[in-house]
Design a protein around this ligand. Structure first.
Ligand code: AMP
Ligand code: MG
Length: 407
């Protein structure tokens, strides 16, 4: 029988140190060119500048009449009708006006337009109710986007407005960072497929599926490496198999102090272990190693520990790998809506429901915060950082919170 260790040989690092050590190992992946018009959710790998002015010609900003402002308030003769999409060869002379629709190029000679609401037209003669200045109600060349202007920066997570901008400037192909391939291995003799019959005492593998879903949500491709029993050679082989295909490998379980916790020794044998313990709850045994350029995270077995560790340690790395200039979740300050008991020796990320009330962001606990109680993550849209301490924190205490879901 193997001896049980009483003390982990790995030094305890702070969460900030752990996160910095991870980011130090991240080099963004290479890029690929894709259709810009459906590129939402991807991260731009090049800065995009406008090849031309938008609009490219002076255009009418409203429906009305194009005219010469210098003519003042005199009656004008309506000589033409100009619609969007049509180019006229028209020249507006003194005392003349042309009906013009929103978006139609301004005719030569006209330096302003007047909205139809401020006019009257009778028998081909136009009277206007307001004096105009040059440029009134005219969209000038490059007013929306100037030629050469930066439209989107490298590292932008492309959203709907960005797709619209790319379409506007006629950029239909863009380079984006490749999606990281994340392989996930569950470990444990007691762990079974959720679809398989469950022998007494066995635990259904929730971690592998939750972690694969979390990786996809973070913009990655997820690869399943199945469940490896608690056997050194088998787990080692499964990890090596994962390394052939993955940019990042996640394992679940097997990183604690039990005699069947084999992940740390395996990672130490095949690569470099950067840390093996983090000073936070609920993910103390979270381990980080690299083999060549591949990042390996040994996440704890308890489902909450596994997902919270993913959120605070792994996810920023997955975002940084795909070039995201803002890889972190947004941070805010929230007030406690009920008293909270801190962990006496470690900072703790408690799962909370955040909501706005009376101009304040409030954090309400999701209930029992045990590491095995996955229900404590249900409905949570924030991870509240509760500093270590022995005093209960009263209602209204303001704490930092990571915003992990929609408010
Ligand atoms: P370990 O860190 O390997 O000792 O695992 C701690 C506990 O986490 C186990 O006793 C299981 O109850 C639970 N666990 C381990 N792996 C999984 C998994 N893949 N899915 C759900 N629970 C798990
Ligand atoms: Mg285990």
């Amino acid at each position: 029988m193997t001896e049980m260790h009483r003390e982990s040989p790995y030094p305890m690092v702070s969460l900030a140190t752990a996160r910095a050590m991870v980011i130090a190992q991240v080099a963004s992946l290479n890029s690929e060119e894709i259709d810009a018009l459906s590129a939402e959710g991807r991260v731009l790998a090049a800065t995009i500048s406008a090849p031309e002015d938008v609009p490219d010609l002076p255009k009418s900003a409203m429906d009305g009449y194009a005219l010469r402002s210098a003519d003042g308030l005199i009656l004008r003769r309506v000589v033409a009708e100009l619609t969007a999409g049509a180019q006229s060869g028209l020249l507006i002379g003194p005392g003349e006006a042309a009906r013009i629709m929103t978006g139609a190029p301004m005719p030569a000679g006209a330096d302003a337009m007047i909205p139809v609401e401020l006019t009257e037209e009778r028998d081909g003669l136009l009277s206007i109710q307001r004096k105009l200045k040059p440029g009134d109600y005219v969209h000038t060349v490059g007013q929306d986007i100037a030629a050469g202007q930066q439209v989107l920066a490298r590292g932008t997570l492309i959203g709907a407005a960005d797709v619209g901008l790319l379409a506007t400037v006629g950029v239909t192909r863009v380079p984006v960072f490749r999606r990281p391939r994340v392989a996930v291995l569950a470990t444990g003799d007691e762990v079974v497929e959720p679809s398989a019959p469950r022998p007494a005492g066995a635990v259904r593998d929730s971690n592998r599926y939750a972690l694969m879903a979390a990786a996809r949500e973070a913009g990655c491709e997820a690869i399943s490496l199945g469940i490896a029993p608690d056997d050194y050679a088998g787990q080692r082989a499964a990890i090596l198999r994962g390394l052939e295909h993955a940019d990042v490998l996640l394992t679940s379980g097997g990183v604690s102090m039990g005699t069947r916790d084999l992940i740390k020794p395996i990672l130490a044998e095949i690569g470099t272990v950067h840390f093996g313990r983090i000073n936070f709850k609920p993910g103390k045994p979270t381990t980080f190693a690299t083999v060549g350029g591949t990042l390996i995270f040994g996440l704890p077995g308890y489902p909450v520990s596994s997902l919270v560790s993913f959120e605070v340690v792994v996810r920023p790395a997955l975002r940084a790998l795909q070039g995201d200039a803002r890889p972190e979740r947004p941070l805010a300050l929230a007030k406690l809506s009920a008293p909270v008991r801190p962990s006496h020796d470690r900072p703790e990320y408690q799962r909370v429901v955040l909501s706005w009330r009376d101009g304040t962001l409030w954090a309400a606990s999701t209930g029992g915060q045990g590491s095995s109680r996955l229900l404590s993550m249900r409905g949570a849209n924030g991870l509240l950082l509760v500093p270590a301490g022995d005093e209960i924190l009263p209602v209204g205490t303001q704490l930092e919170v990571l915003i992990t879901g929609a408010l």
